[in-house]
Design a protein around this ligand. Structure first.
Ligand SMILES: [Zn+2]
Length: 307
């Protein structure tokens, strides 16, 4: 056989073997894994989605490493939670990315808090001198699947604007996702009916939307102010309140140190439920599976089993 021809055949075979999926129509970067999961649900095969925060990271404090700026340099779309959740680290990355598409006024930048009915919006303007107060309202809304649905719809609209040729696919994906979520929500609410009206302690103010959805009452926080770690005097106060109110659960995200929560949980006593936050995702986990995980943890807590 002609060596040149066999070489050509070999390289053709290699091309088939190595054939990678066609380049995604949209490269999407989301600040947090839960937001990335929503983008994947809507974008399906037409998008390549990455999250900036790692599964172990506190979303308020992500390291603005150079590799993340590189990720943003290639992005067609940047999804942020907004309400200043990412204010400590995202602007640095945006400025370092050299990509006008994903700057605040760029066509690819989407602050998804605009799609959500905001809770805990301070009546008077605040600054950050009192800790991480979330001055525009509470940003931890993706714990509530109703907010997840509203955000998915907003993401679909922007994907359609940026990539009109796949509009039908984005619409169909959104419709399927909405349908699956609505079916699941009925079951979740039923399983957590026992939480309604129950007194609960939380570590950080991550629970606003979750308690609004499920009807439990958060009467105390281990952080004296959002973003300020527990102080001994404050812990003593929460402990007394927890005993007096007979706290049903103590909720804390996995990315916070758990020593104080464990102590308080034992002393009240009340089950400590470790929550995944918006970052703790298994590889390939969907948003629906993520909320299922949240529900499962709360359900176990209601049965008296901590995490
Ligand atoms: Zn927060």
């Amino acid at each position: 056989m002609n060596p040149l021809r066999s070489l050509a055949a070999l390289s053709a075979a290699l091309c088939v073997l190595l054939s990678l999926p066609a380049r995604a129509d949209l490269r999407v970067v989301a600040t947090l894994p839960d937001l990335a999961a929503l983008a994947k649900a809507v974008g399906g095969d037409h998008v390549q989605v990455t999250a900036l925060a790692l599964s172990t990271q506190d979303p308020h404090f992500v390291d603005a490493k150079p590799n993340l700026a590189l990720e943003l340099n290639r992005a067609d779309m940047l999804l942020a939670i907004g309400l200043e959740l990412e204010v400590g680290w995202l602007p640095t990355l945006q400025n370092g990315a050299r990509n006008p598409r994903i700057l605040i006024n760029g066509a690819g930048y989407l602050d998804v808090s605009q799609f959500v009915q905001k809770l805990e919006v301070p009546a008077v303007p605040m600054d950050r001198s009192n800790g991480d107060v979330h001055p525009g309202g509470n940003p931890h809304f993706l714990y509530d699947p109703r907010a997840g649905l509203a955000v998915a719809k907003g993401i679909a609209e922007r994907m359609i604007t940026l990539d009109a040729k796949n509009a039908d696919a984005y619409r169909a994906n959104l419709a399927r996702f909405t349908d699956e979520m609505q079916k699941a929500m009925g079951g979740w609410q039923k399983r957590l009916e026992g939480l309604k009206g129950q007194p609960v302690i939380a570590y950080h103010r991550t629970t606003a939307y979750l308690s609004n959805w499920l009807g439990f009452e958060v009467f105390a926080y281990l952080e004296p102010k959002p973003g300020i770690p527990p102080t001994p005097a404050h812990v003593v106060e929460v402990l007394a309140q927890g005993r007096q109110r007979k706290a049903r659960l103590l909720l804390q995200e996995e990315y916070y140190p758990s020593t104080t929560s464990k102590l308080v949980s034992q002393k009240i006593p009340t089950p400590l439920v470790l929550m995944p936050g918006g970052t703790n995702f298994r590889a390939g986990e969907t948003y629906l599976q993520h909320i299922e995980d949240v529900v499962k943890r709360l359900e176990k807590g209601l049965q008296g089993k901590g995490t």
